[in-house]
Write a protein that binds this ligand. Structure first.
Ligand code: PLP
Length: 391
């Protein structure tokens, strides 16, 4: 990554007015003006410059959220970036900005399970049809395209199973058929992958994860190009999805060290994956094996890898997998990831909505590890002492 990205994160958004290095938290519902004429003036400015941070009411944001939007648009190299109260709010906003009753969308099979439930169940109630494609066989994507297809929704790598696929090819297929594209880029963030530059129309990041980095705030971002901007703006207004200024402040503060943390997550994850790659009963779901499809597809598009990985474990006893996870002492057990601390979960894929293109065998189990910023030799020693429980 170039110096400018790192330096920008340290030097942006200073508050010269209050002589503070971070922006102030401006909380507002009512925004007061001296006269009706001034209100109209502001509304006209907002109309002619809709990304410029002109607000006449707190639901549109305040200077605190606007600062974060400006930072993220720079990182994403996007036309604009919308903020949502959670990462999933950004998924919702992307899908509902584009689809209407009678439309169809095509979604990557290994998407984040709430995204799967939203598309296959909830959209159906609005007469919107979803089909899923196999990320490692893009013919299943092309074969699903009809005249009604409005959106291709990508997540890379896949949630829990970490498939990397040819996302550039997805973009070119979509463009050929004049279909819009969205990608959930939470795993990499724009530090390692810039989807808008690659040709995606929309890019989602759960700010809850690496942007905040401290597991104490939730938020989401939806970066867009100019083509879809107006559609998303309209939907954002209608839904009332809004990130509060206190949360925006914490996310801006977290972003200062995004590069430093991600570089270290990557180093630590590399050390842990080197250790784990030696075990025959574990298939490591992380881009490390140079001759694998996942590695090649990662290498083709990404400038780095984050700290989240999967383990596909062969074990006769499912209980022994739970025991392995429970006996990790430095890994907390809980949802989400992207904070400074390590986490481990025994995932039940069957509970998360059926995958069309992946069936685990009875003796195969998934564990998700988030490799945090602890000393990696401590993490490796911890994993080592707990692996003995696998049977
Ligand atoms: C966590 C996550 C989300 C949702 O983010 P929240 O902030 O928890 O709502 C969406 N997509 C992916 C890939 C995630 O990991």
């Amino acid at each position: 990554m170039s110096n400018s990205f790192k330096t920008f994160l340290k030097h942006t958004a200073k508050d010269f007015h209050n002589q503070a290095v971070n922006p102030p938290i401006v909380r507002a519902s009512t925004i007061i003006f001296k006269s009706m004429g001034d209100i109209r003036k502001m509304q006209n400015k907002a109309k002619s410059d809709p990304t410029g941070g002109h607000f006449d009411y707190g639901r549109q944001g305040t200077s605190t959220t606007h600062v974060l939007q400006k930072i993220l648009s720079k990182l994403e190299e996007s036309y604009h970036t919308f903020l949502t109260p959670t990462g999933f709010g950004a998924v919702f906003l992307a899908i509902f900005s584009i689809t209407r009753p009678g439309d169809e969308i095509i979604v990557a099979d290994p998407v984040y399970s709430p995204t799967r439930i939203l598309s296959q169940d909830f959209l159906k109630e609005f007469n919107i049809k979803t089909t899923f494609y196999n990320p490692h066989d893009l013919k299943t994507l092309e074969n699903s395209i009809t005249k009604k297809t409005k959106l291709i929704f990508v997540e890379n790598p896949g949630s829990n199973t970490f498939e990397f696929h040819d996302i550039g090819k997805v973009v070119s297929i979509a463009k050929k058929h004049k279909i819009l594209t969205a990608i959930d880029n939470t795993w990499a963030t724009p530090y390692f992958l810039k989807p808008i530059k690659l040709g995606f129309d929309m890019a989602i990041v759960s700010a809850t994860k690496y942007y905040s980095g401290h597991s104490d705030v939730m938020g989401g971002s939806l970066a867009v190009n100019k083509k879809v901007f107006k559609q998303v703006l309209k939907t954002e207004k209608i839904t009332g999805l809004r990130l509060g200024p206190d949360d925006a402040y914490l996310i801006t503060r977290g972003l200062r060290t995004l590069d430093v943390r991600l570089d270290r997550h990557r180093e630590n994850a590399k050390k842990v994956s080197n250790f784990l790659s030696k075990f025959k009963n574990i298939k490591l779901l992380y881009p490390y094996k140079k001759d694998s499809l996942n590695f090649r597809m990662w290498k083709k598009y990404y400038s780095g890898a984050s700290g989240l990985m999967g383990l596909r474990i062969k074990a006769k006893s499912e209980k022994s997998v739970t025991k392995f996870v429970n006996n990790l002492k430095l890994f907390g057990h809980g949802y989400s990831w992207g904070g400074f601390e390590s986490l481990a979960l025994h995932q039940n894929l069957r509970e998360q909505g059926d995958r069309e293109y992946l069936k685990l065998k009875k003796n195969e189990h998934l564990v998700r590890l988030h490799i945090g910023l602890e000393d990696p030799s401590d993490l490796i020693a911890d994993i080592k002492q707990s692996l003995k429980h696998l049977k």
